[in-house]
Design a protein. Structure first.
Length: 572
């Protein structure tokens, strides 16, 4: 029996191999010369041993720094600890940890030794966290003092899983990592880890069904980091701010691996804080940062005057990992005038698959960001190809909506223990994203892609499909609306009807009639929300993705209502 038979059936091997490759003549600009992540790190240590690799700015304002050589030695020591603990190449470890330098060291220590990291969001509820621990088959879970008791309970339900505490007073039943490292020598050499070694299993964010474990190998991380660094022209003088959680591929691939690949530096924070964001950028002389759209919204709402911050080296903001509306992008641009390089990707493609070009003129930037109905997610990076396909796998022409599909060296290995899902996902030799979109050919001859929604979130009213993203754009442009989402809810007359969940600006009074009238001015009745629910908070994942489907229960009382267009409206 093949080692991967539990994940992939024999008939799918060729299709998955195709989806994870680029055609001859369409290779990356300069394929990575590194055999594994450890070799990449060692090359940086050799070239610039005393250069700052990681700085950590804690919430109390304290600042700690590690050079490339200092960090490398500590990560290698953790690799040696894994070996002494009995963990071998291919074994899996979990991390139930917040953003912390030790989290980063454990990741690299695991990758240096050929282990697979399974990051677990500390914000997951116990049921979901227990599922990840049990489903992934980790042999040990690393945790901090605050999560230790909880981690012991999770491990007890998964059989013989060790719990290793990294700080604080060690709880009974946990192994003390600090004490263990005191007797662990730093190894002189690292194992020779093949590039195809699995290194991450990242579980999807539970927004559209049962969670799936995305399996990434070291070649995936190297390919995506290289492409991101090349696209943005990052070099050794660049310094990235990491405000996103390290249990997600954005934090891992974009703000850990990409600076490492370019020989740059990382500034790690515990979490995002709008009140200290710009000051941290200035204090640490950061040149770029990766965020999600909700971060842009929070910063715009706060509205700091950037004249008070010294940001001469700051270049641009990378933004993706969630739906960005034209209105949010426009408000941020008007408030700060800092360029947002919008992009798109998924855990299944390691992280990013496309970006807006960084060298667009102000006029072209405004066109692609503000004037096309949606902010463009840009053009494919060198690690992958992109296409819009129909359900049968045929490529669609420009302007026609279909499923966003990706093929390349950053495409995941497979979903963990989900052969039936892998069959569907790789059915035509491409990775099928589940996102609806289209592309438009620019004057420069490049294909510019757009995302119009999740296929599983499409609202099907009376047999007609409506993209909630279309309606979101109209809702968020209404004066007085801070944020809003279209929601498809169950209806006994049309199958689904359209509602709107709206958060008003502070101090603004909005009525249902006002919102619906504004929508009717821009959209036909069938596409307009029929019901408006006002609220103060949106359900979001830890990375800022809105969880649209979790809003459906708010509209259950209208299940049996037949909404009809008034005759007076029909005449207009």
């Amino acid at each position: 029996m093949r080692n991967d038979a539990v994940h992939v059936t024999d008939d799918m091997l060729a299709k998955i191999a195709l989806a994870r490759s680029l055609p001859e003549g369409d290779r990356m600009q300069s394929p990575t010369p590194y055999r594994n992540i450890g070799e990449l790190f060692a090359a940086n240590v050799h070239a610039q041993p005393d250069k700052n690799f990681l700085s950590f700015v804690d919430e109390d304002g304290s600042d700690t720094h590690w050079s490339y050589s200092e960090f490398y030695a500590l990560a290698c020591q953790i690799t040696a600890f894994f070996t002494s603990f009995g963990l071998r190449h291919g074994d899996r470890i979990g991390t139930l940890m917040r953003n912390d330098p030790l989290t980063v060291m454990i990741y690299f220590g695991a990758w240096f030794g050929g282990l697979t990291v399974v990051p677990i969001n500390c914000g997951e509820d116990d049921e979901r966290a227990a599922f990840i621990v049990q489903n992934s088959g980790v042999k040990a879970v690393f945790t901090n003092e605050e999560q230790a008791e909880r981690c012991l309970s999770l491990a007890a339900g998964a059989g013989s899983v060790a719990v290793i505490q990294v700080n604080g007073t060690t709880k009974q039943g946990c192994l003390d990592l600090t004490e263990a490292l005191k007797s662990t020598p730093i190894p002189k050499t690292l194992p020779d880890v093949p590039m195809e070694t699995e290194c991450l299993i990242v579980y999807t964010s539970w927004t559209t069904g049962a969670p799936k474990g995305v399996v990434l190998d070291q070649s995936n991380l190297l390919a995506d980091a290289q492409s991101i660094a090349e696209w943005h022209h990052f070099g050794s003088s660049d310094r990235a701010l990491c405000v996103l959680p390290l249990h997600h591929v954005n934090g891992i691939t974009v703000t850990l691996m990409t600076p490492l690949y370019s020989g740059g530096s990382i500034v790690l924070t515990r979490r995002f804080h709008a009140q200290t964001f710009w000051q941290t950028l200035a204090n640490e002389a950061c040149t770029w940062v990766s965020v999600v759209p909700t971060v842009l919204a929070f910063l715009t709402e706060r509205g700091d005057d950037l004249a008070q911050f010294d940001l001469p080296k700051f270049r641009h903001i990378i933004c993706g990992a969630g739906p960005l509306t034209v209105e949010t992008a426009r408000r941020f641009d008007a408030a700060f005038g800092i360029r947002v390089v919008h992009g798109y990707g998924l855990s299944e493609t390691t992280c990013y698959s496309c970006f807006l070009p960084v060298d667009l003129s102000p006029e072209k930037y405004a066109c692609w960001m503000f004037e096309c109905g949606y902010p463009s997610i840009g053009c494919p990076i060198s690690a992958n190809l992109m296409a819009i396909q129909d359900a049968e796998g045929s490529t669609l022409p420009p302007e026609v909506r279909g499923e966003i599909c990706i093929r390349g060296t950053n495409v995941m290995k497979y979903y963990f223990q989900r052969p039936e899902v892998n069959r569907e996902t790789f059915a035509h030799g491409w990775f099928r994203s589940g996102d609806e979109g289209f592309y438009r050919v620019g004057e420069d001859g490049r294909d510019y892609f757009f995302i119009t929604g999740r296929l599983k979130e499409l609202i099907i009213r009376g047999g007609i499909n409506y993209s909630p993203f279309d309606i979101d754009e109209v809702l968020n442009a209404i004066p007085g609306v801070r944020a809003a989402m279209a929601v498809g809810f169950e209806n006994n007359f049309y199958g689904e009807e359209i509602g709107a969940y709206v958060q008003a600006e502070p101090g603004v009074e909005l009525s249902e009639e006002t919102v619906i009238a504004a929508c009717r001015a821009s959209m036909p009745y069938a596409k307009c929300p029929k019901v408006v629910v006002f609220g103060t908070e949106f359900p979001v994942t830890s990375t800022g993705k809105y969880q649209r489907n979790r809003l459906k229960p708010l509209f259950t009382e209208w299940c049996d209502v037949q909404f009809r267009e008034a005759k007076a409206d029909k005449k207009k």
